[in-house]
Design a protein around this ligand. Structure first.
Ligand code: TYD
Ligand code: MG
Length: 455
C-alpha cells in the first residue's frame, strides 16, 4: 500500500504545491487550491512489477489490426472534425458550456454508429437511464441499438464494458461526474478527473474502442479543472454556439489524427441537431438590401471556405473618447485597422463611435478578415453601400500593404459558388491569374480600397 500524503492542487490548472495559498502561483486563479490525498494513486515507485514490453516494426504488416482503423459516422460535418472518422483506440474530449447540446450531439452520434452496425455504449453520470431513453425517443433514435448505462464509478464502468463483446464507441457523459477508488478526493476535483480519465484512456488503447469523454467548460472558457485531461486525450473538440442562435459549431482544437481548427456546423432543432451542409448561407445575414457598412468576407475555417458578413456602424460621437465595440472579432485588431486607415489613407475616425459585428454570432480569428473589416468601416463612414456582388479578403500590415492569405483559390471558388462575381483580394494571391471567379481585383495597398469605395 502506498503511503498517503496530501498535497494542495489547483482546481483550475492542476498544479500541485506543498501548502495552501489563496492564489495559484502557476495560473494566477484565486480560491482554486484544494487539499487532496495524492499518495493513494497507483503504486509507489519500486513496488510496481516491471513487465517486459514488445517492440514491433514501424512499417510492414499491421498484423493485429483487422478492421478499418477509423469508424466513419457518415455524418459529413462530424467526420470532417474528427479528421475522417473516429480512430479506433483513441480518446476524445468534447468540451462545451452546459446546455449547449453535448449530450444531444453524442447520443445522436452513438445512434448513428450503432445504425452502421457497430456496438455503441452511452454511459451517463448525469441522467438516469430513463431520462436518456426519453431524450432518445424525442430525437427519433428508437431504431438504433445503443447500450445505455447510468454509472459514475470508473471501476463499475470498466467492468460493464469488459463484459460482453467489446464496443466500438463508448461515450462518457461527463468526466466531472466520475470517480475512481484509486483516488481519495471527491468527484469533480482535478485528482479524480485526472485519475478517472487516465483509466478510460488506458481502456481505449487496450480495447481498441473509441472513448469520447464530455467535459463541462467554466465561464472563462476552460474545461473545468481538468485542463490536464486535454494533454492525455488524442483529440479535443469544442462544441460552441450562441444562446441567441440555433446553430452550433463543433471545432477541433487538438487532433493527433487530423487537422485542427476544422469546424462542423449543426443546427439545433426540436428534433435534435441537424447538420448544416452550406454554412455560408447561414453567416451571410439577410442580404436583400445593400446598406452601407456591410461587407462579405471570404474566410477560411480549418480547410473549409466560409463566407461571412461583416457589419460596421460608424456614427458621430458626442464623447471625448469615442466608443469602440466589437462582437466576433479581436478588438485590438480593430484598433489597428482604424489606425492604419488614419495614418496611411487619411480616413479619420477620431470623432466617431465604431461598432463592428460578425453576422450570425460567429467568431472570426483570421487576420485575412482585415480587408473586409476595412471595407465595412469605410463604407459606413462614407455612407456608400458596397457592391452586393463583391467579397473581400486580405491581411493589412501596419504599413498599409495588403498581404496575401492562404487558400485564395478555395475562397474564390466558394464566392463564385454562392453567386458573387467580384473579389477584392491581395495582388500577390492573384499572380498566376484567376480562373475561379468572374472578376478578381488585386490590391497591394489599403489606399487603393479607399479610392475604389469613395470614387
Ligand atoms: P444538452 O444536450 O442536454 O446539453 P449539454 O449536454 O451540453 O448540457 O442540450 C440541452 C439543450 O438543447 C436544451 O436547452 C434544450 C435543447 N434541445 C433542443 O432544442 N432540441 C432537442 O431536440 C434537444 C434534445 C435539446
Ligand atoms: Mg449533458
Amino acid at each position: 500500500m502506498a503511503k498517503r500524503t496530501s498535497s494542495f492542487v489547483c482546481q483550475a490548472c492542476g498544479a500541485a504545491t506543498g501548502k495552501w495559498a489563496g492564489r495559484c502561483e502557476s495560473c494566477g486563479e484565486w480560491n482554486t487550491i484544494v487539499e487532496e490525498q495524492t499518495g493513494g494513486v497507483g503504486a509507489a515507485p519500486g513496488q510496481a512489477q516491471a513487465r517486459k514490453g514488445r517492440v514491433v516494426p514501424l512499417v510492414g504488416l499491421s498484423g493485429e489490426m483487422k478492421e478499418a482503423p477509423r469508424i466513419v459516422s457518415k455524418v459529413a460535418e462530424l467526420d470532417r472534425v474528427t479528421g475522417g472518422g473516429f480512430v479506433r483506440g483513441s480518446a476524445l474530449l468534447v468540451g462545451g458550456d452546459p446546455g449547449i447540446g453535448k449530450s444531444t450531439l453524442l447520443i445522436q452520434a452513438a445512434a448513428q454508429i450503432a445504425r452502421l452496425g457497430h456496438k455503441a455504449v452511452y454511459i451517463s453520470g448525469e441522467e438516469a437511464v430513463d431520462q436518456v431513453r426519453l431524450r432518445a425517443e424525442r430525437l427519433g433514435l428508437t431504431d438504433a441499438d445503443v447500450g445505455l448505462a447510468a454509472e459514475t464509478s470508473v471501476e463499475d464502468i470498466l467492468a460493464t464494458l469488459k463484459a460482453g463483446p467489446p464496443p466500438a464507441l463508448v461515450i462518457i457523459d461527463s468526466i466531472q461526474t466520475l470517480w475512481t477508488e484509486l483516488a481519495d478526493s471527491p468527484p469533480g476535483t482535478v485528482t479524480q478527473v485526472r485519475a478517472s480519465s487516465q483509466a478510460l484512456v488506458r481502456y481505449a488503447k487496450q480495447s481498441g474502442a473509441t472513448v469520447i469523454m464530455v467535459g463541462h467548460v467554466t465561464k472563462d472558457g476552460q474545461i473545468a479543472g481538468p485542463r490536464v485531461v486535454e494533454h492525455m486525450v488524442d483529440a479535443v473538440l469544442y462544441f460552441e454556439g450562441d444562446g441567441a442562435h440555433q446553430y452550433r459549431i463543433l471545432r477541433s482544437v487538438k487532433n493527433r489524427f487530423g487537422a485542427t481548427d476544422e469546424i462542423g456546423v449543426f443546427e439545433m432543432t426540436d428534433n435534435g441537431l441537424k447538420q448544416v451542409t452550406n454554412p455560408s448561407a447561414l453567416f451571410l445575414g439577410d442580404r436583400s438590401g445593400s446598406a452601407p457598412g456591410a461587407s462579405v468576407f471570404a474566410g477560411l475555417e480549418g480547410t473549409r471556405p466560409l463566407l461571412i458578413e461583416i457589419q460596421a456602424l460608424v456614427a458621430p460621437s458626442p464623447l471625448g473618447t469615442p466608443r469602440r465595440a466589437v462582437i466576433g472579432w479581436d478588438s485590438a485588431r480593430l484598433s489597428m485597422i482604424l489606425a492604419v486607415l488614419e495614418a496611411r489613407c487619411g480616413v479619420r475616425f477620431a470623432q466617431h463611435d465604431v461598432y463592428l459585428n460578425v453576422a450570425g454570432g460567429l467568431r472570426v480569428n483570421e487576420p485575412g478578415a482585415d480587408l473586409a473589416v476595412a471595407a465595412a468601416l469605410i463604407s459606413s463612414l462614407s455612407g456608400v453601400a458596397l457592391p452586393p456582388d463583391s467579397v473581400y479578403f486580405g491581411e493589412v500590415s501596419l504599413s498599409g500593404a495588403i498581404r496575401p492569405v492562404s487558400q485564395a483559390q478555395a475562397r474564390l471558388k466558394e464566392a463564385q459558388k454562392l453567386g458573387f462575381s467580384t473579389a477584392l483580394a491581395p495582388q500577390a494571391n492573384l499572380k498566376d491569374g484567376n480562373r475561379e471567379i468572374a472578376s478578381a481585383v488585386g490590391l497591394s495597398e489599403l489606399s487603393e480600397l479607399v479610392a475604389r469605395i469613395a470614387s
